[in-house]
Design a protein around this ligand. Sequence first.
Ligand code: NDP
Length: 299
Amino acid sequence: MPESTAQLIDGKVYAERLRASVAGQVAALKASNGLQPGLAVVLVGDDAASQIYVRSKGEQSLAAGMHSVTHRLPGDTTQAELERLVGELNVDPLIHGVLVQLPLPKPLDEKRVLALLNPDKDVDGLTVANAGRLASGLSALVPCTPMGCMILLRETVGDLAGKRAVVVGRSVLVGRPIAQLLLQADCTVTIAHSRTRDLPAVCREADILVAAVGRPRMIGADWIKPGAAVIDVGINRVPFDDPVKAAEGRTKVVGDVDFKAASQVAGWITPVPGGVGLMTVAVLLQNTVAAAKLQAGIA
Ligand code: NDP
């Protein structure tokens, strides 16, 4: 296969830059206003992936100089207990951002928990209030992964106005908010999903193609317009290509895009791992600073 033609969008570089910027903002807020942004993360149960994410959120918020609290609750926590904690965090003056790690173990009801969360502290941007504000073109706390995608696009492609953008996936967490953000950036946006007809042809129209599906390497080179910017949100575990490693049951993470093949056609592309995923926590920290300023009435 010939050398890749696409420029690699290195999430590590942009995430580090954003974290450094957040640390600077936190130091300035402390010095000028005596305000230390505080983040509370709530984890229910012992899901292994969630534990890793939560640890990373705690470590990175502390490294940025923030106040950071992690509430680890047992898997048999009741709805009432969880809602009581969220209610307390809603009014805790030291906490400006509250993140309830999803998914919650059954039978806990995520929607009821999110409905209780103070939208001004909703640093994951998942409350109906923030989603509605985003859809109305108003300022909002925006979900972290979609915002991370936008930062990568602006840093690499630059001005997005007038570009044709196709988002594959319409989840509340990823697809819908990315589409709203692309629309705000004056892109012409198509949202594709499992019922879209002739998806490869739809994708081939995209100057910006965002894949948020959850299907390993679904998007091949022939789905991509030459020179397009390809943002791969997907995180999928698959067996190693090497049959020996695969036989040992070892797995690796791949995206929704066939990275090697797509790199021959795209103009820019995010790797998985090492792309969008690294941005998510950095944006969470930025959202917490924004939430702290909002609550303190600082412009
Ligand atoms: P969901 O399962 O909630 O949504 C997937 C979307 O993909 C749905 O809208 C679905 O369509 C669509 N879809 C499924 N199959 C097809 C298909 N064959 N053709 C076209 N569309 C299809 O997933 P999420 O949005 O939560 O996550 C998407 C991916 O992003 C996952 O791999 C997830 O792990 C990853 N992720 C990564 C993050 C990061 O930090 N990098 C953060 C969050 C998620 P329909 O609505 O019709 O069912």
